[in-house]
Design a protein around this ligand. Structure first.
Ligand code: ADP
Length: 320
């Protein structure tokens, strides 16, 4: 193993920089040369990279975002784009490519793996936590903590003004963030894209909770849940409560990574290089029950990570 490359792809996540640092420094210790392709798969297709060494990743462990930058790259979804990316890897004699990103980035990596000899390793980093096979992704814990500190503030005003708040957190397709945030802020209701919600039931819950002496309610909804605006209107109409809809937005994607996100970045980063050193190909690094392990890239992209319905039930039981 002489030359490896790193690319950060898809939506950014806090801890991507800590992962870059861990990869570069582990590789450096083995005398491996490291390139960083810039702007996600775009840089891989157009052969734009920077050389990385132990010093160039100094002072970034605590920074959100990614120093290599990231874009969504529709070109990689075409056969020509994949071939161009494979050509760049060949031209630069890259033995191993480490892709730091989410579910979509790994689908791209899988497409690329079929056209190249270069070994590809995925490092799961996304605030969505939607990568199959790993309990957690780099950045998820940071996004959860950002969202809960905002919602705790919203709860203050919800309580004093006796209001119902519907708070929209990120998650266009999957509800992992909404579920963990909802449980940990003590939300009265959690709405996820995977499950249809019943507006009448939610209105009923609010009426019952008022009868039980609750003076406010927080509903956490993933952004992919349709009809939250309509729901707000319906709650207002049927319960007479003052209802507000708050969209947390991109604050959830930025900021300093938490200790947990940095820890995962250090562990995943080192494991990614070690996996390449053992000449394994096309793997994704994962955490399963506090153990760092690998699974095949193919297995990861062919499966959907299931949502933990038991956690949803727990949140319901505790929000009485
Ligand atoms: P994330 O990795 O955060 O889930 P995206 O879903 O935006 O982010 O995917 C990142 C990039 O991966 C896309 O811009 C595209 O270049 C590539 N990609 C995603 N899905 C595929 C696919 N099915 N085939 C090839 N490339 C893909």
């Amino acid at each position: 193993l002489k030359r490896i490359a790193i690319v950060t792809s898809g939506g950014d996540a806090p801890g991507m920089n800590a992962a870059i640092r861990a990869i570069v420094r582990t590789a450096h210790a083995h005398g491996i040369k490291i390139l960083g392709f810039i702007r996600g798969y775009e840089g891989l297709i157009s052969n734009q990279f920077v050389k990385l060494d132990a010093r160039s990743v100094g002072g970034i462990i605590h920074l959100g975002g990614t120093i290599l930058r990231t874009v969504r790259c529709p070109k990689l979804r075409t056969r020509k784009g994949v071939e161009q990316a494979a050509e760049t890897l060949k031209k630069n004699k890259i033995d191993g490519l480490i892709v730091i990103g989410g579910d979509g980035s790994f689908r791209g990596a899988y497409a690329l793996s079929k056209k190249t000899e270069t070994a590809i390793i995925g490092v799961p980093a996304t605030i969505d936590n939607d990568v199959y096979g790993t309990d957690e992704t780099i950045g998820f814990d940071t996004a959860v903590n950002t969202a809960i500190s905002e919602i705790d503030k919203i709860r203050d005003t919800a309580v004093s003004h006796e209001r119902v708040f519907i708070v929209e957190v990120m998650g266009r397709k999957r509800g992992f963030l909404a579920l963990t945030v909802g449980l940990t802020v003590g939300a009265e209701n959690i709405l996820v894209p995977e499950l249809k919600f019943n507006p009448e039931e939610i209105c009923d819950d609010i009426v019952k909770s008022i009868q039980k002496g609750k003076r406010s309610s927080i509903i956490v909804a993933a952004e992919g849940v349709k009809g939250t605006r309509k729901l707000a209107k319906q709650i207002r109409k049927t319960t007479g409560c003052d209802v507000r809809l708050t969209v947390l937005g991109h604050v959830q994607r930025g900021g300093h990574p938490t200790a947990r996100s940095r820890m995962l970045a250090c562990l995943f980063g080192e494991k990614a290089v070690n996996t390449l050193l053992t000449e394994e190909k096309n793997k994704v690094i994962a955490m399963q029950g506090n153990k760092i392990t690998t699974l095949s890239l193919k297995e990861t992209v062919k499966h959907q990570k299931p949502l933990d319905i038991e956690l949803l039930k727990l949140a319901e039981r505790l929000a009485v």
